[in-house]
Design a protein around this ligand. Structure first.
Ligand SMILES: [Zn+2]
Length: 104
């Protein structure tokens, strides 16, 4: 198996993350898209539930979430520590790559 693409550059750009990959691909993904794709069990379960029409947004859901840190986990994944304290989502490089939209 060949080595997966790895990010050469990762930087924060306002509401998105810019990633430049080892094969030359440059992409961006918004923090919102990342959070919506959070692979942790809790978020998955949350996404699979039908939306509750009576649900009231908590104050922390009204401010846009931002990452506080993005530590590397092993060789092929990153964890995102969010401003609301959520940190159980581990994003593999393949998943990050999939979420990246090409930059002009
Ligand atoms: Zn999550």
């Amino acid at each position: 198996m060949s080595e997966p693409w790895i990010p050469i550059v990762m930087r924060r750009d306002g509401d998105r993350l810019i990633m430049e990959w080892s094969d030359g691909f440059k992409g961006a993904v918004t923090w919102k898209a990342l959070r919506d794709a959070c692979p942790c069990a809790g978020c998955k379960e949350e996404r699979e539930k039908p939306a509750d029409p009576f649900r009231i947004l908590k104050p922390n859901e009204l401010v846009p979430l931002a990452p506080n840190a993005m530590p590397r986990v092993g060789r092929y994944a990153y964890k995102i520590v969010w401003s609301d304290g959520h940190d159980s989502g581990i994003f593999t490089l393949a998943h990050l790559r999939e979420l990246c939209k090409p930059l002009e």
